[in-house]
Design a protein around this ligand. Structure first.
Ligand code: CP
Length: 305
């Protein structure tokens, strides 16, 4: 049951919920503009920078006839005067029907959902979770592959701090996915996620290089090294450009293969890849609008039909 429930972790939803959201997102894509949210107010509270997540949420709400309040940096809020997250959330929940929050501290979204009078959607909490990104990733995968089942997914880059790969691994583990993790030692997929796969009997492989395994992939999920999570800038310098996907590396890949990236990218995909039919990351970002419309309508109990 999604209605009136916060979405903090992708594990708050089950497989049936994912598929219901994706089906509704298809309807939203077919009809992205309506007045279904008339009279509804969504607060977007971004304590960390964002382009896609905040603006696609705001676009989603605007196109459904709702209103947006909020801030794009905490520096313009009373947090600068020392107000606690609890007081901020309790106050803002008086002004809106739904809160969308991004915050640098892991667990902050769960805490916010516990003190809020309205549902909270986690738009990213530190290196922990980014569940709405995962739902738009699932939408993008199903749309391009015509299925979510039995796919080979290669995740490349910062698998330690990248919250999008953590949520995506958990969701895709419902669909008999085979995973390949490509990262330097410093940025390996954390043990808890690998244990999750082991408990389910799913196959995963770890690599330091990805050129040899690209031909096996249905999905290549590139990620940025999360500079903002490193305490020592020298550690970031050592790994920042370790994987770069170039157009000439795509020649032996499967015809159905698609390249996803949650964006923003830095250097990990060269611009010559953008014109390749296998590059899907900008359409993936567009899919965020339809998927977030579906999530909002499901939580607020609004019927798109
Ligand atoms: N994918 C994603 O979360 O992008 P933003 O940081 O721009 O919101």
């Amino acid at each position: 049951m999604i209605r009136n429930k916060s979405l903090v972790s992708i594990n708050d939803y089950n497989k049936e919920d994912y598929l219901a959201i994706l089906d509704l997102a298809e309807q939203c894509e077919a009809r992205p503009v309506s007045n279904i949210m008339q009279g509804k107010v969504v607060a977007t509270l971004f304590f960390e920078p964002s382009t896609r997540t905040r603006l696609s949420f705001e676009s989603a709400v605007n196109r459904l006839g709702g209103r947006i309040i909020g801030f794009s940096e905490a520096g313009t809020s009373s947090v600068t005067k020392g107000e606690s997250l609890k007081d901020t959330i309790k106050t803002v929940s008086n002004y809106c029907d739904l809160i969308v929050m991004r915050h640098p501290i892991e667990g902050s979204a769960r805490y916010a959902s516990e003190v809020s009078g309205v549902p909270v959607i986690n738009a990213g909490d530190g290196a922990n979770q980014h569940p709405t990104q995962t739902l738009l990733d699932l939408y993008s995968i199903r749309k391009t592959q015509k299925t979510l089942d039995n796919l080979v997914v290669i995740m490349v880059g910062d698998l330690k701090y990248g919250r999008t790969v953590h949520s995506l691994l958990q969701a895709m583990s419902e669909f008999n996915t085979t995973f390949h993790f490509v990262s330097p030692d410093e940025l390996k997929m954390p043990g808890e996620y690998k244990m999750h796969l082991e408990n389910l009997g799913l196959k995963y492989y770890e690599h330091k290089d990805f050129t040899n395994i690209l031909p096996e992939a249905d999905i290549v999920y590139m990620t940025r090294v999360q500079k903002e999570r490193f305490s020592d800038p020298m550690d970031y310098e050592k790994v920042k450009n370790v994987y770069v996907l170039r157009s000439n590396m795509l020649e032996q890949t499967k015809p159905n293969m698609k390249i996803l990236h949650p964006l923003p990218r830095v250097n990990e995909i060269t611009e010559d890849v953008d014109d390749n039919m296998k590059a899907y990351y900008f359409t993936q970002a567009l899919n965020g609008v339809f998927t977030r419309q579906a999530i909002i309508c499901s939580i607020l109990g609004l019927d798109q039909k």
